[in-house]
Write a protein that binds this ligand. Sequence first.
Ligand code: GTP
Ligand code: MG
Length: 657
Amino acid sequence: MSFNHNFDHHSRWRRDFSADLLRLADWLRDRDLLDAAVADQLENLRQRVRQDKVMVVFVAEFSRGKSELINAVFFAGYGRRIMPASAGRTTMCPTELAYDPEEPPTLRLLPIKTRLNPRALVDWRQHVDAWETVALSLDDADGLAASMARVAEVDRVTPEDAAALGFWQGESGADKSLLGPDGLVEVPRWRHALINIAHPLLKQGLVILDTPGLNAIGAEPELTVSLLPQAHSIVFILGADTGVTQSDLRIWREHITSTVSNPAGRLVVLNKIDTLWDELSTPQAVQQQIQHQCESSAAILSVSPSRVIAVSAQKGLVAKIQGNASLLQASHLPDLENALVHDVIGQRRHLLQQAVAQGVNELVARVGHITHTRSRDITEQVQELEGLRGKNGAVIRHMRQRIEQEQRDFEAGSGRIQAVRTVHMKLLHEMYAAVGQAQVRQEVTSLIERLKEPGLKLGVRKTYAQTFEGLRALLAKASDLSTEIGNMLHASFVQLNTELGFALQAPPAPDLSRQIKELAEIEQSHVQYLSLGQTLKLANPEFCERLGRALLSRLRIVYESAAAELELWNKSAASQLDGQLRDRRNNFARRVEAVTRIQEAAGGLDERVGELAAQLNAYARIRMELTDLTRVMTDPFPDNEPHPSHDTQPLPLGAEA
Ligand SMILES: Nc1nc2c(ncn2[C@@H]2O[C@H](COP(=O)(O)OP(=O)(O)OP(=O)(O)O)[C@@H](O)[C@H]2O)c(=O)[nH]1
Ligand SMILES: [Mg+2]
């Protein structure tokens, strides 16, 4: 099957790449070229490739067939429906499917009452005891389906309790149909479900998020402002029988277009095309009707018709279970799978490869710099020794004394290095503090307080604008300080190079533009979301609190990555100093040793010059080998993989079934 196959290919590439990086680290270590910064950079790249997760979220109004699609694409192998899918509201809580080899196969359910606590969902994930855990038996499909059915569980509570949980806005609200004759309101029993299951695709790092319909999705701001914007691909589902309804449109606008900045990751599925199959019409007429629905849906949602894929999830599932090829083709499910391959895997892989290629190139440059510096020192030593050729014992003794004096001068002068380090450290502390979590938390806490103020004097937009102004200022401060540190390093390096004969290169100042861009995206998604008639919800202090926590949890990631960027930069400067200091000390030792040997035995000179020449050759060879070793790693399209833009395209929508 194409989706499985391509995902396998992607994960094989990641596995191979990670193994290549390990081999490269060994290779460099064997040649004494693995300094702390290079080692760190290699490990960062390896973690990045290994832990890369690809998240696909299924979003739609209830009963459009999200869960059925997940069944058809991922779980047909079990020979039955695994995720609960039935008429009316079924999936009551966001349900995440992923695989963690450290954990047994389980379904974990977070009780809905955790909403009353301001803690963010990401933090609840760490809080294992808060979840109810259900063991999953993977070899029993019926048992598995029975366990999964729990994501559909509901409770009945008073309207006051429902309001506190974020599910009830009074009888005039859109959710009045949830109020039963007993005066109680139906609410989901669970807030979030995490399924850990060893499905082949999940093992490769795919994460699937199934979500509930409009009112339930809206009740969890963390979904809208955090999980959805971070998804790599969003599959939005419509019913072919209904087309785009008002509530479909609301979900599309509130939860997708306004919050998810990458339109390339959006896919629209027109599901249930089998409801249009009609024995009394000709196949052409049916096809025309489907195409018409696709085109009008595309027009209403303002997407290109090529982004709308018409399928029948249910017939696709049945066809796979029964092994019925013609029904599978008629369901057009493979078209959707192809599109997912193209979007999710093709783009993800492309981005990842670009990032790692750049990382590997930087690494090669660093190692190249180290070998060049060492080669330069060796050349100088050769010249020094050649100068001794034919000279008498007194000259040689004098040379030895000179080297020893130089060595003492160097050790005395190396106190400067310590001074540079001290100033550097002081500025670094300031810089890290600017992107530290305490500052970020403070900004968000004051935002929450202001949002909770009755009447919200400034208006939501202004309040948010102020907060993000403060947040941007933190990044700007870190960036300014890094420029200052960069200038200082540059000046000190020039001085050290002159005075101590080092070949230090100040690393280019860290680039925080990615974090600045992410911050802008986060701001955009919050402001858009809140301007879409959420004022009623903002009157609820718990909602403000949850919204704030969701914001904080996303900001944390951004500021942590800024800190990591700064850290790597700092390490790269520090390890150069350490490396050259160490190389220099070794050099003195070797020079003294060489002259001593020449003093003792007349033939020592040729021998030593020969050794040094061999070392020079070795470094030249290392540089060539390194380029060869890393060539395949920096090739963005290895093993004849097609360029992503030439990847399998979905079939033209009008194609005959
Ligand atoms: N005829 C037909 N029915 C479908 C198709 N896909 C799903 N259904 C049915 O539609 C109903 C709803 O499907 P679900 O998968 O539960 O829908 P959902 O979007 O997950 O809905 P919620 O979980 O309530 O948000 C079920 O009875 C499915 O069997 C399809 O392609 N054709
Ligand atoms: Mg569902």
